[in-house]
Design a protein around this ligand. Structure first.
Ligand code: B3K
Ligand code: ZN
Length: 851
């Protein structure tokens, strides 16, 4: 790898470009092996900052390039085209170029590539430079006119359609945008059409374009899009701004979806939905992602990032917006618990390991490696904390000011916070530290009770993270409520604002000593360490009015039980089993909530908890304890499980909060029941299910009990032509394999005729499942480590982005014993020693190793 390719970029080095772009005209003459891209770009010298014209360009064959129609001297390297200032007009000029690219050979799925005969693009973060020479940086915003030529029924680009004819179409996007939002799609596609009238009366044409045969899977996505458009008008006052909004489904895609202006491109798994082929979780995810990409139209597109360090400006805010949308569409308490589960599983895990970085990183080698849980999920938590601190009304005022002030600009986190400072009169300089300081704060709490006064004393500290040894106190909003001894709430939710390393808060005039419910609704992304006996936890589980804390108490009881079983071979206490049984049979509680209480902490979570407590986690012991607890719960609840299973049948499938909640509870119950009835109920449901949620759920219950071989075969036979359902088939077998067979199962599946490395969904189905099978991945043999490294090395040659992302499976290696550590290290060394390893993967592996 050349030094230039592995250069570290620093936030502190940001400077404006030498040239701005006024407008861009592009013509694509599409051909799989030799697409010609003709560009005509008007550049305007940056008065602040005159200098050479520097254009990015990678993997391009330059045919011609001129300035104002004349050939001028230019330097062309593997990464840039540069024209010296002396050879340029010191006034606006037109740069024209013709380049050739080969979309069919593009397996990295970045730039212009082909997927099942269709052309599509992915330009964020720095993919446009693989399409033509351009200042590929988000602060350069321009209007685009695009002409696509090719013998395809559908030719799409950003903005509004201008004209079309046989084999060509022209599009114009009137809104200035950075190149990362450019998109082009061409192919033999069909569309599911809809329409939306904005609140100011503008009619917008909506389309979801899919491959033939997928038309019947678009209705749910279309409705989600309309709901999102209406929600953004109502909640943020944001209207859509073009005549048309297109979504395209593509099978080969590196992530979930992409918010290109007016032309969102989606991984087909994140848009296609039907009762027969999609689970409730799929429906929920599709609704959330469609909204997320749509919301970017304002938070990301109309107002974009000055540089890639500001990524959280659009991502954290847009995740927060999609979370609130989903909560409004479904259930806020259930959604909040799901968000916290994800945050802890992914972001806390990241923050606790060698890949920890601030929400706004200070440097990077490959920006694609920073589309992380920290930037996205912790970024969203910061917005939630800001809102909690300023209040709902001031939050909306701050957003309004931000939109008004920065529309059409490429801005920074400072600009975002300044809008809130100006709108609310609050000083946010200390709060801003959430963006620059990495790591999850640990919060401890002690209590004092004297004469009707309760004093809560909090202390905070954040462990060191790579490159940040010293940490400062953060601003932490701590939402607290008090529950009296009779179970009544004596203080409704109140937000305490902690700013010091240690701080006390008093509550006076209390009749009897209450129990404090702390960090309600998970009011800050911190780890609360609080000594609490099982009886107090059970009390809050029964009486807390805050659904998040109620769930949290159940989770903590389960966690303590499991830790005790792992470390002292203890057995679950009867009180604990009773408490869970009470929640499960409480008909006044939402079924979805009950299912969440029944969900045990993951093995990965238990491993981290043991590690944090100074112990070395043993994956096999963790697995066995969890299985033993599942059996104990099943036995203890054996009298209520069959009834609960029957009661929560949903005769009419509807993928809404109510239906999916009932099915979630029913399937959690089934998974325990299967341990008692030798799989009878699960087999019956599998045979009768008229929806994928129950078909997959019953099969998973069987697999988790070591059964289901015949059903697995039947599933394959039924669904072998459906690529998205087959991803589930690949995934389930590995995810539910016993620890000693997980690697062999994954290995055998890579030899299945339907396995391909070229499709990221399929690769993730097998290897994502392997790495999520904690005891299987960390099995003593080291076979899974070896298999993963071997396959990542092969994938890296085709698709560096997905390889780099999946190498994060090794990020927790320092938690384990020295033998496992040595085995993982050997695999990481093996990857690093591979000739031609991509910049993406090299950066990730180096960071994981601690370099
Ligand atoms: N902005 C895109 C992600 C792009 C990832 C580039 N490696 C999708 C999203 O967050 O909405
Ligand atoms: Zn996003």
């Amino acid at each position: 790898m050349s030094d230039a390719a592995s250069e570290t970029i620093y936030l502190k080095d940001y400077t404006e470009p030498h040239h701005w772009v006024r407008d861009v005209h592009l013509t694509f003459r599409l051909a799989p092996k030799a697409t010609r891209v003709l560009s005509r770009i008007t550049f305007v010298p940056n008065a602040e900052n005159g200098g050479d014209l520097i254009l990015n360009g990678e993997e391009l064959t330059l045919i011609t390039a001129t300035v104002d129609g004349a050939i001028v001297p230019m330097e062309v390297s593997d990464t840039h085209l540069r024209i010296k200032s002396a050879d340029l007009p010191q006034k606006p000029f037109t740069f024209e170029a013709e380049v050739e690219i080969a979309p069919e050979d593009n397996t990295a799925l970045e730039g212009l590539y082909m997927s099942n005969g269709m052309y599509c693009t992915q330009c964020e973060a720095e993919g446009f430079r693989k399409i033509t020479y351009y200042p590929d940086r988000p602060d350069v915003m321009a209007t685009f006119t695009v002409r696509a030529e090719g013998d395809y029924p559908v030719l799409l680009s950003n903005g509004n359609p201008v004209a079309s004819g046989d084999g060509w179409a022209e599009w114009h996007d009137p809104w200035p945008k950075p190149a990362y939002l450019f998109a082009l799609v061409a192919g033999d596609l069909v569309n599911h059409a809809g329409s939306f009238t904005t609140k100011s009366g503008k009619d917008v044409e909506l389309n979801i374009y899919v491959r033939k045969g997928d038309e019947d899977k678009c209705a749910f996505g279309m409705q989600a899009l309309k709901d999102a458009m209406a929600w953004d008008e109502k909640t943020y006052g944001r209207e859509y701004d073009l005549d048309i909004f297109n979504i395209v489904a593509v099978d080969d895609f590196n992530m979930g979806a992409m918010e290109n202006k007016g032309l969102n491109v989606f991984n087909s798994s994140c848009v296609l939905a039907s009762q027969a082929t999609s689970t409730d979780a799929n429906f929920e995810r599709i609704e959330g992602i469609i909204a997320h990409e749509y919301f970017h139209n304002w938070t990301g597109n109309r107002i974009t990032c000055r540089d890639w360090f500001q990524l959280c400006l659009k991502e954290g805010l847009t995740v927060y917006r999609d979370q609130m949308f989903s909560g409004d569409m479904r259930s806020h308490p259930v959604k909040r618990i799901e968000e916290v589960l994800t945050l802890r599983a992914r972001q806390f895990r990241e923050d606790n390991g060698p890949l920890a970085h601030p929400v706004r990183p200070a440097s990077f080698v490959e920006i694609n490696n920073f589309y992380t849980a920290t930037v996205y999920e912790k970024g969203a938590e910061i917005i939630g904390m800001l809102r909690r601190l300023v209040g709902d009304e001031a939050y909306r005022k701050g957003c309004d000011l931000y939109f008004e002030r920065h529309d059409g600009q490429a801005v920074t986190i400072e600009d975002w916070l300044k809008a809130f400072e100006d709108a609310t009169g609050r000083d946010l300089s200390h709060f801003a530290q959430w963006y620059s300081q990495a790591g999850t704060p640990r919060l401890t709490m002690s209590e004092e009770w004297t004469d009707g006064t309760l004093t809560l004393t909090f202390a905070q500290s954040t462990p060191p993270t790579p490159g940040q040894d010293e940490k400062n106190p953060q601003v932490i909003p701590i939402a607290v409520g008090l529950i009296g001894p009779n179970g009544d709430e004596v203080l409704p939710t109140t937000v305490l604002e902690m700013t010091e390393a240690e701080q006390s808060f008093t509550f006076e005039g209390l009749g009897a000593r209450p129990v404090a419910s702390v960090l309600r609704d998970f009011s800050a992304p911190v780890i609360l360490q609080r000594d609490m006996d099982a009886a107090t936890r059970a009390f809050l589980l029964a009486h807390d009015t805050d659904p998040f804390q109620k769930w949290e108490m159940g989770r903590m009881l389960s966690k303590d039980t499991l830790i005790n079983m792992i470390t002292s071979s203890g057995t679950p206490a009867a009180d604990y089993l009773d408490a869970l049984k009470t929640v499960l049979s409480d008909e006044s509680l939402d079924p979805a909530f009950r299912a969440l209480v029944l969900g045990l902490p993951s093995q990965d979570d238990l491993a981290q908890t043991l590690f944090d407590a100074g112990q070395t986690p043993d994956p096999q012991k963790i697995y066995e304890a969890r299985e033993a607890l599942r059996r104990a719960l099943a036995r203890h609840m054996s009298d209520i499980l069959p009834t609960l299973f029957r009661q929560h049948e949903t005769p009419q499938f509807k993928p809404d909060a109510d239906g999916s909640g009932k099915r979630a509870l029913r399937l959690s119950v089934l998974s325990l029941l299967t341990l008692l009835d030798d799989g009878e109920a699960a087999r019956t449901l599998f045979a009768a299910a008229d929806n994928m949620t129950e078909q997959e759920g019953s099969l998973q219950a069987l697999l988790a009990a070591g059964l289901g071989t015949d059903e697995l075969q039947a599933f394959e036979k039924q669904w072998k032509e459906d690529r998205l359902v087959m991803d589930k088939w690949f995934m389930m077998q590995v995810a539910f394999a016993a620890p000693d067979t997980a690697a062999a199962t994954a290995e055998a599946l890579t030899r299945h005729p339907a396995f391909t490395m070229k499709n990221p969904n399929r690769f993730r189905a097998v290897f994502g499942a392997l790495t999520s099978n904690h005891a299987g991945f960390h099995h003593d043999s080291g076979a899974a480590y070896d298999l993963l490294a071997k396959n990542l090395i092969s994938l890296d040659k085709l698709n560096p982005q997905t390889t780099a992302r999946m190498s994060a499976a090794f990020e927790t290696w320092r938690r384990y014993d020295s033998v496992r550590q040595a085995k993982i290290r050997a695999q990481l060394d093996r990857m690093l020693a591979t000739d031609g390893l991509s910049r993406d993967t090299t950066e990730m592996v180096t960071r994981i190793l601690g370099g």
